[in-house]
Design a protein around this ligand. Structure first.
Ligand SMILES: CC(C)(COP(=O)(O)OP(=O)(O)OC[C@H]1O[C@@H](n2cnc3c(N)ncnc32)[C@H](O)[C@@H]1OP(=O)(O)O)[C@@H](O)C(=O)NCCC(=O)NCCS
Length: 253
């Protein structure tokens, strides 16, 4: 009875589509987690075969495959459900939401702990794959179809393949300045950063050359064709020369 009450609360809180409490019995999440509760208890008592059997019955009914070894916290909600896979050594915190098509799996490279640890209040969007024995920090959001292969800091939004952090605590991440913090190597992004830096340096140099050319043109020409704002002729440029140029030439030389 306690389980039903808990599920009604969780589903009402997370899914605006539910109208009546009785609809809770129509949600695959309800049955998948019920089967898992039983299977997990048997798994912990080393009744591995019967635990797997119950887990597979749950999968057949709901399309959600939860290995009986997975540790699941309070308040998990699996919306729609079909195609969800949760691996044996996966740990899920409290109040997590998972959509259809999500895999919390391994990469095939690790032994022992092979699956992710999901923090509290995390949302894992439809089609996302989180692969490997790392942590996804509390309150983070994994975008639809992202493939996450490395640790995710708290309060982050991760998008793309491979998954990269685009927001932390509601603020957009500047990948050129915060690449280390992100810790998700994206070779294309890194190349773009290098190009951006080179363009910045070139723009600075061009600016210096332009200001010097401007002074020379102003000083040497009677017909003043200068396009610099507020420059009305030789006099202004002479002043500009005194303020900005004298001494600079020596430095540039
Ligand atoms: C990730 C998500 C939760 C939004 O989180 P958010 O923290 O509000 O992030 P924002 O919407 O501000 O997006 C941040 C950036 O990521 C990009 N982004 C968002 N979702 C993305 C996705 N799935 N794939 C690629 N990029 C994505 C945005 O375009 C934005 O890019 P920009 O900074 O260049 O403009 C949302 O986009 C999402 O994927 N929701 C899916 C939920 C779901 O599964 N629904 C199924 C219901 S049946």
């Amino acid at each position: 009875m306690g389980y039903i009450k808990e599920q009604i609360e969780v589903i009402k809180e997370r899914d605006p589509a539910i109208k009546k409490s009785a609809e809770v019995f129509l949600y695959p999440s309800f049955y998948a987690l019920l089967f898992h509760r039983i299977a997990h208890k048997l798994y912990k008592k080393d009744h591995f075969f019967i635990a797997r059997l119950i887990s597979q019955l749950g999968r057949g009914l709901t399309g959600i495959e939860i290995h009986p070894g997975a540790t699941i916290g309070k308040g998990l909600f699996i919306d729609h459900g079909m195609g969800v896979v949760i691996g044996e050594t996966c740990e899920i915190g409290e109040n997590v939401t998972i959509y259809h098509g999500v895999t919390l799996g391994g990469t095939g490279k690790d032994h022992g702990k092979r699956h992710p640890t999901i923090g509290n209040n995390v949302m894992i969007s439809t089609g996302a794959k989180v692969l490997g024995p790392f942590k996804v920090g509390d309150n983070s959001r994994i975008a639809a179809n992202a493939v996450v292969l490395q640790e995710v800091p708290e309060d982050s939004t991760v998008v793309g393949i491979p998954g990269r952090v685009v927001k932390v605590a509601g603020q957009r991440v500047n990948p050129c300045k915060q690449l280390d913090q992100v810790k998700v190597p994206d070779p294309i992004q890194m190349e773009i950063c290098k190009l951006k830096n080179t363009i910045e340096v070139l723009e600075k140099k061009l600016g210096q050359i332009e200001s010097i050319t401007h002074i020379h043109t102003s000083m040497m020409s009677h017909d003043h064709h200068c396009t610099v704002p507020n420059c009305t002729g030789k006099e202004v440029c002479e002043n500009y020369r005194k303020d900005h140029y004298e001494g600079k030439e020596e430095r540039n030389d």
